[in-house]
Write a protein that binds this ligand. Structure first.
Ligand code: ADP
Ligand code: NI
Length: 214
């Protein structure tokens, strides 16, 4: 099992080396580390959490041209590594359900391992790193930092969420500020609290500067 994890980490590291939207190897590595920390405290199956964390963005629509609901690349990799079908199915279903799909879409995870990895992934969207990643993503998609006349939306479907092209400040009101209350483990919630407050302070400062307030 240890060798499978090592091989998987090396494969994913190479795959995501130069990813330009904040989904680079270091994102994966942070999610992997946070998943391990949360899994140990919450008593989740470590191997399942670690594999799902390592493979979670391989087939994501934001980073993969043929990104789809079925994690094809992750499945092929797991088959190559000789994992049994039940294990592949368990990990693949976490990967498929993990992503945020719009504020109006329920993405509650059915298993403890799923909750752990989703919390870990979402924690990396919060706080100082979360802010950096949001603007990196926005820049990559040629989005404005902010436009005061374009209000945020509550997306009701994955399709609506994916096709939105609004400015990056909206992303805070369409996703990031809601993640804390959607954490699914006690440990995730604890870690999210501080990062959430940091984003609130950041936004306050952003508007102060935007409005040239004293
Ligand atoms: P998720 O599965 O929740 O989408 P990811 O690991 O794929 O998590 O990363 C999502 C991150 O991508 C967001 O937290 C943000 O940093 C960036 N991102 C996605 N959509 C946008 C957007 N519309 N504007 C700015 N950043 C975005
Ligand atoms: Ni991710």
């Amino acid at each position: 099992m240890e060798t499978v994890l090592q091989h998987t980490a090396a494969f994913v590291q190479q795959y995501f080396e130069n990813e330009p939207t904040g989904h680079d190897w270091w994102h994966i590595k942070r999610v992997w580390n946070t998943s391990k920390t949360i899994a140990e405290i919450e008593g989740a199956n470590l191997f399942v959490c670690e594999m799902a964390a390592l493979l979670h963005d391989l087939d994501d629509w934001k980073v993969s041209e043929d990104g789809d609901e079925t994690p094809i690349k992750a499945n092929n990799w797991m088959k190559e590594q000789g994992l049994d079908n039940e294990m592949i199915e368990t990990i693949a279903s976490i990967i498929t359900q993990l992503s945020f799909k719009g504020l109006g879409v329920d993405t509650t995870m059915p298993t403890l391992e799923g909750k752990v990895v989703q919390d870990a992934d979402r924690l990396d969207a919060l706080g100082a790193i979360g802010i950096a990643r949001a603007f990196a993503f926005g820049g990559n998609r040629k989005r404005l930092l902010y436009h005061p006349d374009i209000p945020p939306k509550k997306h009701q479907s994955s399709h609506e969420y994916k096709k939105d092209e609004g400015h990056t400040i909206n992303h805070f009101y369409e996703k990031l500020l809601y993640l804390k209350d959607r954490m699914q483990t006690a440990t995730g919630l604890k870690l999210a609290a501080e990062r959430h407050v940091f984003m609130e302070v950041y936004l306050e400062q952003f508007y102060k500067e935007w409005n040239a307030s004293l």
